[in-house]
Design a protein around this ligand. Structure first.
Ligand SMILES: C=C(OP(=O)(O)O)C(=O)O
Ligand SMILES: [Mg+2]
Length: 574
């Protein structure tokens, strides 16, 4: 029976494929006393040996589809299974305590995890705790006879159905077979949604129930344009969506024609449309979509894809590749923004009640300065190879900006002293994403070279609504006059001091927002590479002269987000 599940449209496109349920099975068990320890140990050994065979297969597939580095994590799992200290301890526990293998495995595993996690001065060993947890899950699943999803083994086209995808889950998806994903939770500006857009992978998030509704292997049509998943579609549905997919492809082909054009409005004003990237691999997409620069390079992905803190040289190579690849066009690199929903296995962060309000971004960088200084040195060295700009994330006070700038100046002076070539024209700016900073933009503007407005966080913090929580996603209101007033104040404050203001939050590529931003005089628009040509096409049809008045009405007359949506729609359709 056809069933349509509604969700949040997170990444454009239509895909049809089989459902692949990336759902963790129930691994609960009862503690049992046993009388035949040998039989229990033999059950354990069977589960270990099946897990090991499975890991060999996963490792080989992962190497082929994702690369050697991604595959190595499975070697670590195999090593634990081969370690007599671990498996021997489980066997001993079965004998000594006369308990079932599940209980013994659980006890020994918890013991190892707490020892590893307690080694707070040894990041490598702390990371092993995650490996023990993962491998225990696999052996436990075999003991209980339940299936564990193995995304690395996917060898045919699928749509991933999951409760949630973390940014690192998303990074591991093999685009050859994964045609899209749909989740129970999440919001449009959560990082897995942002990554889906840069991978050009249709995605629907926040459906609430998809993991309960969809069955393994069932056909799903994923409508990333309107936010819906159609289960067991009828022939008519399939035809309808084939047409929608064709219309979308035709529209994209039309936008393609603007690839080598500058972004100019109907009244001849030029604006820069830049792209957001997460890794140097995204560069090709930026070039293919004709972006006029990179407005946000989220460097934390470099840290997330690494097994340990990336060295200065590794970072230098990545940054150099990006600035060189852009051929003299500006590249705004943001220093590491870890925390919130982005974690590093080798840099354990404290458990927090409110991670998005906690130890995050510049707060970590100013506290763990050895990490920050290494990154700044790598950036300074890369500055000799192109037009590099640097910005700091999550700046909330003028003092934080001054402190970060001071560290930058110190590292620069040391490199210059050593005779290392660094550019003298690096602009230093900041993300405008904390309301306290936006309110004080006039003061900040005297100290920075530029602002880049991060609406994903600015909206989350101003509306007090978690950006990844579908239950409050209605509060993601970019056109709410409260947000627009802050944005306007930031832009005007920059201009008063002769500085430029850009936007790299998702709202910069939003069809309703763009006319308002043009009316407010925003200088630079940075977005997913796949949105660049759509926005260029939109701007070509707009005239900034009219939009000034429209933007003024949006902040003075309108009361709600919806008022402003209607205001812009009626202007565009006039
Ligand atoms: C661009 C932003 O940064 P991120 O999405 O990485 O938090 C933002 O907050 O708008
Ligand atoms: Mg942010």
């Amino acid at each position: 029976m056809v069933k349509t599940i509604k969700g949040i449209a997170a990444s454009d496109g239509i895909a049809t494929a089989e459902a692949y349920l990336l759902v963790q099975p129930d691994l609960s068990f009862d503690k049992k006393s046993i009388s035949d320890a040998d039989a229990e140990i033999s059950r354990l050994q069977d589960a270990i040996s099946t897990s090991d065979d499975e890991l060999t297969k996963i490792r080989d597939t992962a190497k082929e589809s994702l690369g050697e580095e991604e595959a190595q994590v499975f070697d670590a799992h195999k090593m634990i299974l081969a370690d007599p200290e671990f498996t021997g301890a489980v066997e001993q526990q079965i004998k000594d305590q006369s308990v079932n293998a599940e209980q013994a495995l659980n006890d020994v595993s918890n013991n190892f995890i707490s020892i590893f996690e307690g080694m707070t001065d040894n990041a490598y060993m702390q990371e092993r705790a995650a490996d023990v947890r993962d491998v225990t899950k696999r052996v436990m699943a075999h003991l209980l006879g339940v299936a564990l999803p193995n995304p690395a083994l996917i060898d045919h086209e699928v749509i991933i159905v999951a409760h949630d995808l973390t940014p690192s889950d998303t990074a591991q998806l093999n685009k050859k077979y994964v045609k899209g994903f749909v989740t129970d939770i999440g919001g449009r500006t959560a990082h897995s949604a942002i990554m889906a857009r840069s991978l050009e992978l249709p995605a629907v998030v926040g459906t609430d129930t998809i993991t309960k509704d969809a069955k393994e292997g069932q056909t799903i049509i994923l409508d990333g344009l309107n936010g819906a998943a159609i289960l067991d579609p009828s022939d008519e549905d399939i035809k309808h969506y084939q047409k929608l997919a064709k219309d979308f492809a035709d529209q994209k082909a039309e936008w393609e024609k603007l690839k080598n054009e500058a972004t100019v409005t109907a009244d001849g004003k030029h604006f820069d449309i830049a792209a957001n990237i997460g890794t140097p691999d995204d560069l090709q997409g930026v070039i293919d979509n004709g972006a006029e620069g990179i407005g946000l390079y989220r460097t934390e992905f470099l840290y997330m894809q690494s097994e340990e803190l990336p060295s200065e040289d590794d970072q230098f190579e990545a940054y150099k590749k990006v600035v060189e690849g852009m051929n003299g066009k500006p590249v705004v690199v943001r220093t590491m923004d870890i925390g919130g929903d982005k974690h590093l296995p080798y840099l354990p962060l404290p458990d927090e009640m409110n991670p998005f309000l906690g130890y995050r971004a510049i707060r970590i960088s100013l506290d763990r300065q050895e990490i920050f200084r290494t990154q700044l040195r790598a950036l300074l060295r890369a500055s000799a190879f192109g037009k590099l700009r640097i910005m700091f994330p999550m700046i909330g006070t003028v003092q934080e900006f001054r402190d970060a700038k001071k560290v930058f100046e110190e590292e620069k002076a040391k490199l210059v002293e050593k005779g290392v070539k660094v550019s003298d024209e690096i602009q230093l700016g900041m993300m405008m994403e904390v309301p306290a900073a936006a309110i004080l933009a006039d003061q900040f503007a005297k100290e920075v070279d530029f602002f880049s407005i991060g609406t994903n966080d600015l909206i989350q913090y101003t509306m007090a609504a978690d950006r990844g929580n579908e239950h409050v996603s209605y509060l993601y209101q970019p056109y709410n006059p409260s947000i627009l007033r802050l944005v306007k104040h930031v832009i005007e404050s920059a201009h008063k001091e002769g500085k430029w203001a850009g936007m790299c939050g998702e709202a910069a590529g939003d069809n309703i927002m763009v006319p308002l931003l043009l009316g407010m005089g925003l200088d630079e628009y940075s977005m997913s590479a796949t949105s660049v040509l759509r926005v260029r096409s939109l701007m070509k049809k707009l005239s900034t002269a009219d939009l000034k008045e429209l933007a003024e009405r949006a902040v003075t007359e309108s009361v709600t987000n919806e008022d402003n949506k209607k205001l812009v729609e009626s202007y565009i359709n006039k």
